[in-house]
Design a protein around this ligand. Structure first.
Ligand code: ZN
Length: 512
């Protein structure tokens, strides 16, 4: 596995809002299928994972400051005391590594009566061979097809019986299987996962059935939506020339049809091994308890081999020297959209500090109704109905910052495009220390929302571990965030917001 020294991607909880419609999904369980989501996440609102990380740090800092003031001033009034009680401590992430390489990570939260855990494998779309794009997602489907010890029906029955919810998702860098259960059901759920790690069946009939399910998913999520199809399969090909990050996670129909049992088995045997996996627990469980359970069920599983994650890194955008405006007209498009995508060269985002800086810029510019772009384009100029953005800092290669605007009817596509471009070209003048501080506060609010749901905490942890973020990084992020200076924001913004660094995409109805 490649060791990363930088903070991992900021990204949304891919899989958090669209449910996989596969036939293999137990009816009462909740299983998300991230590949299906990939084309649509640009339009989604909410907090990115990086946002969550930064917010976590600020909560920690806030708590520390409260403690200092508490000891210094015994005469605080009751309102202040209540405020101090409200502030929660930082999330304490702990880790133990078993002899076979399996990482056991625990976020102990005694307030929870149940436990969420996820078994994650360090493999995703970015690790796939070019001739079998979508195979990580295919293997994810196969994980519900039974083992040498359990039929798919028995597996389905157990998952339903011993979980409040289960799900699975595949991202660019990880594949994760999660369980939300009562503490006394941890044994049976861990036993299931240990079985799936080593004894997956790959039944031919199940493969054939799931192949059709996946092709249907692609039709639903990609083929039927021109906007998503263009975004994934056209714009990504411009952003990423060679990198496997340009591939659609759901795969291509011809390749999915050609993907056979041997290909699936090869992928599974290469990546589904304890030394390429981690279990993340969140809830009423200590590290000692979790490690004991992990040793009991996974300790005897032998490594299948060393795992190497090999990636092709694209040239920097500045070296390519290409700029684009893409226009897509389709009768399926009702609302006219304008997407503006800024490339994030690897060197702008290859450290924790830089990644958080970019996230703060995103917050100031394009998150919420009080952001610069919303205030100008929605309220002041009344050119668009809404504006939002998506930040994607990838683990191994360039990232992107995408701004999506839904244009008002009758305003004229060229006018909207010109006004937005002009605003972005002058963005340096619009950044202020006040907006900078407010963005930090917004990030803090985001972590409080994340903390309310242990499933979100688990996903946050899993995604960041999967991208090379260490447990120590997770714990110490607050010092980093609080030390960022306003001047640093401006310096990075100056690099990002240039005409040569952006792609603009217009989606409209041909009759408009
Ligand atoms: Zn799926």
């Amino acid at each position: 596995m490649i060791k990363l020294t930088h903070i991992p991607s900021p990204r949304k909880f891919v899989g958090s809002s669209i449910r996989c419609s596969n036939a293999h999904v137990p009816s009462s369980t909740l299983r998300f299928c991230a590949p299906c989501l990939l084309p649509s996440i640009l339009l989604m609102t909410g907090y990115t994972i990086r946002c969550v990380i930064a917010s976590l740090a600020l909560i920690s800092a806030s708590f520390a400051e409260k403690e200092v003031s508490k000891s210094a001033d015994d005469s605080k009034d009751s309102a202040q005391a209540q405020e101090e009680q409200r502030v929660r401590p930082p999330i304490d992430v702990q880790e133990e590594v078993l002899e076979n390489g399996l990482r056991v990570v625990v976020i102990n939260d005694k307030c929870r009566g149940a436990v969420v855990f996820g078994v994650l494998y360090f493999v995703g779309f970015g690790d796939e061979p070019r001739n079998v794009v979508g195979i990580s997602h295919f293997v994810e489907h196969m994980m519900f097809g039974g083992t040498k010890n359990l039929s798919s029906a028995e597996l389905k029955s157990l998952l339903e019986k011993y979980n409040a919810s289960t799900n699975a998702f595949t991202t660019l860098d990880i594949t994760c299987y999660t369980h939300y259960c009562r503490k006394e059901f941890l044994d049976i759920n861990l036993k299931i996962e240990a079985d799936r790690m080593q004894n997956l069946l790959f039944d031919e009939d199940y493969i054939n059935r799931e192949r059709e399910v996946i092709i249907e998913e692609r039709k639903m999520r990609v083929e039927s939506d021109p906007r998503q199809k263009y975004m994934v399969e056209a714009a990504f090909k411009i952003l990423y020339l060679y990198s496997t990050y340009s591939y659609p996670g759901i795969g291509y129909v011809d390749q999915i049809r050609a993907c056979d049992r041997q290909a699936l088995l090869t992928h599974y045997n290469k990546f589904y091994t304890p030394n390429n996996a981690a279990i993340v627990f969140v809830g009423d469980i200590t590290l000692k308890e979790a490690a004991k359970l992990a040793k009991q069920y996974f300790g005897g599983i032998q490594k299948k081999g060393e795992v190497k994650r090999e990636r092709i890194i694209d040239p920097k955008q500045s070296e390519l020297g290409l700029t684009y405006t893409m226009e897509h007209a389709s009768k399926q498009i009702r609302m006219h959209d304008l997407d503006t995508i800024y490339n994030l060269d690897r060197e702008w985002i290859d450290t924790a500090r830089k990644a958080i800086i970019v996230e703060i810029i995103q917050n100031i510019l394009s998150r919420g109704e009080d952001s610069i772009l919303s205030q100008n384009m929605v309220d002041k100029k009344e050119l668009v109905y809404a504006i939002d953005s998506y930040l994607d800092i990838r683990a191994f290669d360039k990232g992107r910052y995408s701004i999506s605007a839904i244009m008002r009817e009758g305003k004229g596509v060229k006018v909207v495009k010109k006004e937005l471009a002009a605003l972005l070209d002058n963005v340096l003048k619009l950044l202020t220390p006040e907006l900078f501080e407010r963005a930090k506060k917004k990030i803090l609010d985001g972590i409080e929302m994340m903390e309310d749901d242990p499933q979100n905490v688990m996903q946050w942890c899993a995604l960041n571990l999967g991208l090379g973020y260490s447990v120590a990084d997770l714990r110490n992020i607050k010092e980093l965030v609080t030390s960022i200076k306003f001047e640093e924001i401006k310096a990075i913004a100056k690099k990002i917001f240039t005409k040569k660094n952006r792609i603009m995409q217009i989606y409209s109805h041909p009759d408009s």
